[in-house]
Design a protein around this ligand. Structure first.
Ligand code: CDP
Length: 720
């Protein structure tokens, strides 16, 4: 089995510019709650289930690994996840199942594990190990399973000893979709009927998926509550497309509402009543939001209309700003539709799915009660809408926000203030006094020139800002939306890396719809042995940035010249080679015209030849152009070389010039004779074309007798 792909790394600092309208359409990552359940119900189906558009977050990956450990065969090709299972395949795992930080995984898997013989041990990380499992343990015990954990509240690790279960009627005191799901899953293995009666309807995804798998299930709504009954019966494999996560769609919908002259369509979003309260709030604020329900889901029974497929692929295959391979599956469900059609498999969407269209327009303040948006996940985005509205919006009963990934109540207030609107916390309420945006004093009259360029009035909306999300993914994304709405100018968002846990393709999507985002560009120059490579590698890693070793490009051309018997001094021939060669500077490997030369470019022969090659102005022109193209494609990055701060990127955000005492540099370059290093230094420093010199505005660091960590810390301190 394969559990997919490594987590993409996103930059810690992102610079987002306003001043550009947003347009087009996109798909957000697959819904997390539905993704977990699709994997588990898929594992129970007798045969092979197909799941497209699975969430690319770490939590869902835990469930994917877990169902494999329980005996299902799982394969993830980056677009489609197949789960081959059936009751007789499932068994207690050989070792503990690690649920990471995912409470959903642990609670749902406890229900599943209760159904088969043997012991299943579910473990979690430190934070999950502090979360009580008693509400799940109690009904499972009542059904006949042995469930043990630590202490009265049954903290993980959780040990589930499966048994022959008896159906029960369970009415949880606190409405919880996870407890309901665990009981229903166990109920699939129990004798007789199992029913769960909830006072308040919670997310219905387990019911939806079980119905799709032809389970013997009945659902009855009673007022605000619901009763779900199941009986044991074989399940059919499911072919599902996980609809888009509404809490992620909220960022784009709000962005369309607040960025002047914008219109966006988010396709294939889960639109069930328990998840779309934020849309009602926006409508009440006057937002132009339209829901096209019944729109074909991402795969629309394999119909996959062309526009959707195109947009999905285009978005997902973003420009390397961090869109991971799994992100391709989440964002590019349209592409999955094509694959489905090819394989002749019909896929159903889970629950109500809609395309949501939103347009810029005037917003007015409202009162928002916590019960309208039960998880409060959309509050950061709604706060940005409130910051752009006319009047003061009151968010009532937001206490729970204090215990999210950060103290989100304080963080939202900080963001609103930073962007030029006013926030106040009163007890558990949050008040946001909006700036009114381009709709403020000028009203609709200003709309013709939304950015205020022509009316002499200037920009009246949010202003650009600096904000630290402190690693909270939703705060970072909300800040990006505020930055897009903040008129011309660039906002700086720190702590952006956390976005990788829930929406790795966010930046690629932002660019896809016309937003401008970049990362910092850091130029590191210096002579051989000054520590450039080590330091730039470490700086890139700490900042979540890509790194370009321009020396490797010159070395690759020198290697290719020698390989083809071209004299390195033969300027026209080497120049021709440099212009025509295809060079991939890596990482991981340096490749020139298909030859992997990672090791070969570090030989004595190349050392001797490279300075002459690098002194050739035409070679430099060819390589500098590619270096600039690399930075444009990555939106910035760490670039090391000898002329980066002076010639290639004179406008870099930070320029560093490294040096070290000659004898220390020679010691560090033991692979190269010291007179060779000295000769290269001499040639590099005295050549006419882009000689090695410190840029006037570069910071100089002498790395002699200093640890890499010290040097890196100093460089990072200059970025603060
Ligand atoms: O590893 P070391 O610092 O010795 O050199 P490198 O970065 O691999 O670069 C090898 C050679 O390429 C240098 O000696 C320069 O002649 C040339 N180079 C350059 O001219 N301009 C750059 N931006 C990078 C390297």
């Amino acid at each position: 089995m394969s559990s997919g792909h490594d987590r993409p790394v996103l930059p810690e600092t992102v610079l987002v510019a306003g001043g550009a309208p947003l347009g087009g359409e996109l798909r957000v990552p697959g819904d997390k709650s539905i993704s977990h359940r699709a994997l588990i119900v898929g594992a129970l189906g007798e045969g092979t289930s197909l799941v497209r558009g699975l969430s690319d977050g770490d939590d869902v990956r835990r469930t994917l690994d877990a169902v494999a450990a329980l005996g299902a065969e799982v394969h993830d090709d980056g677009e489609v996840v197949t789960v081959t299972g059936g009751r007789s395949f499932l068994h207690a795992p050989l070792g503990p199942v690690d649920c990471g930080n995912s409470g959903t995984s642990m609670r749902l898997l406890a229900g599943l594990a209760a159904g088969f013989a043997g012991v299943t041990v579910l473990v979690g990380d430190a934070s999950l190990s502090a979360r009580p499992m008693d509400r799940v343990a109690a009904p499972l015990r009542a059904m006949g399973a042995k469930v043990t954990g630590n202490g009265l509240r049954c903290l993980p690790p959780l040990t589930v000893n499966g048994a022959s279960l008896e159906g029960i009627t369970w009415a949880p005191e606190v409405a919880s979709a996870q407890v309901k799901s665990a009981v229903l899953l166990a109920g699939l293995f129990a004798a007789g009927e199992t029913s769960v009666r909830e006072q308040l309807r919670t997310r219905p995804h387990t019911e939806e998926l079980l119905a799709l798998a032809d389970a013997d299930i009945e659902v009855a709504d009673e007022g605000a509550g619901r009763t779900v009954r199941v009986r044991s019966s074989p399940l059919r494999p499911i072919h599902v497309v996980v609809p888009g996560d509404p809490s992620q769609a909220a960022f784009w919908i709000v962005a369309a509402c607040v960025v002047p002259k914008s219109a966006l369509r988010v396709r294939g979003v889960y639109a069930g009543e328990t998840r779309t309260g934020f849309l009602s709030v926006l409508r009440r604020m006057g937002a132009r939001v339209r829901l096209d329900e019944g729109a074909p889901g991402p795969a629309g029974e394999g119909a996959g209309d062309g526009a959707g497929a195109g947009a999905g692929t285009g978005v997902g295959d973003g420009d390397g700003a961090g869109a991971g391979a799994r992100a391709r599956a989440g964002a590019g469900a349209g592409a999955g539709a094509g694959a489905g059609a090819r394989r002749g498999t019909a896929c159903s969407s889970v629950g109500a799915v809609a395309d949501v269209t939103a347009q810029w327009g005037p917003l007015s303040a409202t009162v928002i009660d916590a019960s309208e948006i039960p998880s409060l996940d959309e509050v950061p985005a709604l706060a940005v809408a409130a910051a752009c509205a006319v009047g003061t919006t009151r968010f009532v009963g937001m206490g729970e926000l204090r215990v999210k990934e950060s103290d989100r109540l304080r963080a939202v207030a900080r963001l609103v203030d930073a962007a030029g609107a006013r926030a106040r916390i009163e007890g558990d309420d949050l008040l946001v006094e909006g700036v009114g945006g381009a709709w403020g004093a000028g009203g609709l009259a200003g709309a013709g020139d939304a950015w205020g360029a022509g009316d002499g009035g200037g920009w009246k909306g949010l202003r650009h800002f600096r904000f630290d999300s402190e690693g909270d993914h939703r705060m970072a994304m909300a800040a990006a939306v505020a930055a897009l709405a903040a008129g011309p100018g660039e906002s700086r968002i720190d702590g952006f890396g956390g976005v990788a846990t829930s929406y790795p393709a966010f930046l690629a999507h932002l660019r896809h719809v016309g937003g401008h985002a970049r990362v910092q560009l850091i130029a590191i120059d210096g002579p051989a042995g000054s520590g450039k490579s080590t330091v730039s590698r470490a700086v890139a890693e700490r900042l979540g940035l890509e790194r370009l070793d321009t020396g490797a490009m010159y070395r690759a051309v020198a290697w290719a010249a020698l390989d083809r018997g071209i004299d390195p001094q033969d300027a026209p021939s080497v120049a021709e080679l440099a212009h025509e060669a295809l060079i991939d500077p890596g990482p991981p490997d340096v490749v020139i015209d298909g030859a992997v030369v990672t090791g070969a470019i570090r030989t004595a022969e190349v050392n001797r030849a490279v300075s002459a090659v690098a002194a050739n102005p035409s070679v430099r022109a060819a390589l500098v152009e590619r270096q600039r193209a690399w930075a444009a494609a990555h939106g910035g990055g760490v670039v090391e070389g000898r002329d980066i701060g002076t010639v290639v990127f004179p406008d870099a955000d930070l320029k560093v010039f490294l040096t070290a005492a000659a004898d220390e540099r020679a010691r560090r370059r033991r692979d190269e004779p010291s007179d060779g290093v000295a000769r290269r230094d001499e040639l590099d420093s005295t050549r006419a074309a882009s000689p090695l010199v410190q840029a006037e505005d570069a910071r100089l660091i002498d790395t002699t007798c200093r640890s890499v960590e010290e040097v890196v810390d100093e460089i990072l301190s200059w970025l603060r």
